[in-house]
Design a protein around this ligand. Structure first.
Ligand SMILES: [Mn+2]
Length: 424
């Protein structure tokens, strides 16, 4: 964590400019009939979870280029995540990946309390083999042809739930790499039947106040067919399991040009939108920083979420899930959390009464112009003021760089090898 004096010092230099920008935006929004303080309060109350694996440098199948001070374990990761929340005030929770982050619950709880964080959804891992693992997941996990392998995957998911209960989590996210690489390699129907049967065993182990989130992904690691490949299959799973099962939408897990905001609307309409993994992409599942490629798409997703906010029991989980290959992961996560908040704030500015009127009148031009007016508004002063009022940083990246945190942990944490590569 960074000493509060450093945050106060860097804020001091930016305070007068922020106040002027905030007042000017407030006057502008007032003319549009919007109370800037109300928007700021909703932004301040918004949080997006950070993935524990996101604070390490990612990579591709070709290589990984780790930077100084890579976190060695979940406790180092929680230090980094705590710092991200300290500066942005936008990331109050962390999502753990098991077994990468498996530690005694008491140790996890005390570290989380120390750095001011709580735990978001648990993530199981049946897409790689661990040391001393009896059955290999090379040919699948929950959908494997071998019953003992499926049982091993079920048991692992139930262990994730048990640890999650002990650390205050309320959800389990399942993503499997199961699929096939050749036409004819698997029987689509039998494979999916095996998946549903195994997933049901996990579902039956859920506490009543938990949610099971299933995550679809079009391709990779399987390159011909994937068991949970799209939102259609994902919805079938959630419907087959029961009320506690919902769909998780990872923005990167779709074909280019897919209308993701419409998928979001469909899942909301039928009560099956469980959560998000935010990131961005250009060509495929690129895991690029949220909002770095197509911020308008992110805004359109949030437009659907804000539209649904008034519904009872509507509370999908929000998490970042991206791979930082060429940036300092802490800086990328801070910027990305801010981008998510920005899309939310912009969506809050949409004049929904006017939009509905133009939709009813089939005035396509004014409808899309009304929608875009939210996106075109620079809400940065709202985000910065929300951070400042919660003792965060007006400029998180500048404050982080001024603090020397990376150099400090670089001396405490031994350098790691980049050999071996791969996505983390
Ligand atoms: Mn994901």
């Amino acid at each position: 964590m960074i000493h509060s004096d450093i945050i106060a010092q860097t804020n001091e230099t930016a305070m007068a400019k922020l106040q002027a920008d905030y007042d000017a935006l407030g006057a502008h929004l007032d003319r549009r009939g919007i109370d800037i303080a109300a928007i700021k309060d909703r932004v301040a109350n918004y949080g997006v979870a950070v993935p524990s694996w996101g604070v390490g440098t990612g990579g591709t199948r070709f290589a990984r280029f780790p930077g100084p001070g890579e976190p060695r374990d979940i406790f180092d990761k929680l230090d980094d995540c705590g710092l991200i929340h300290q500066l942005t005030r936008a990331t109050p929770s962390v999502s753990l990946h098991i077994p990468w982050d498996a530690q005694p619950a008491a140790d996890l709880n005390s570290k989380a309390e120390e750095v001011g964080l709580r735990f978001d959804a648990m993530n199981s891992n049946t897409f790689q083999d661990q040391l001393q693992q009896q059955h290999s997941y090379k040919f699948g996990s929950l959908s494997h042809t071998n019953a003992a392998t499926r049982q091993q995957a079920v048991d692992h998911n139930i262990a994730c739930i048990e640890l999650g209960v002990a650390i205050g989590s309320k959800a389990l996210t399942i993503w499997v790499g199961d699929g096939s690489n050749f036409p004819g390699q698997t029987n689509f129907t039998k494979q999916f039947e095996r998946y549903l049967d195994a997933a049901k065993q996990v579902y039956n182990a859920l506490p009543d106040d938990w949610t099971l989130l299933s995550e679809h992904k079009m391709y990779e690691p399987a390159f011909y067919s994937t068991v949970v490949q799209d939102w259609g299959t994902n919805l079938l799973i959630a419907q087959q399991m029961g009320d506690k099962a919902k769909c998780l939408v990872d923005l990167g897990h779709h074909a280019p040009n897919t209308n993701i905001e419409m998928i979001v609307a469909r899942l909301i309409q039928f009560g099956k939108l469980g959560g998000f993994h935010f990131n961005d992409s250009k060509y495929g599942d690129d895991d690029l920083d949220t909002g770095s490629i197509d911020p308008y798409r992110l805004f359109l997703v949030f437009n659907e979420l804000v539209e649904a906010e008034t519904q009872a029991d509507f509370d999908p989980m929000h998490m970042l899930d991206q791979s930082h290959n060429v940036t300092d992961p802490i800086e990328s996560l801070m910027v990305s959390a801010t981008e998510v908040q920005r899309a939310y704030a912009q969506a809050l500015l949409v004049d929904r009464t006017a939009l509905l009127g133009f939709q009813e009148d089939n005035d396509a031009l004014m409808a899309t112009t009304t929608l875009k007016q939210g996106f075109r508004t620079d809400v940065e002063p709202i985000l910065a003021m929300a951070r400042l009022e919660q003792n965060g940083a007006i400029d998180p990246v500048a404050t982080y760089r001024a603090s020397g945190y990376r150099a400090k942990v670089g001396t405490q944490r031994p350098a790691v090898s980049g050999a071996g590569g791969g996505i983390v």
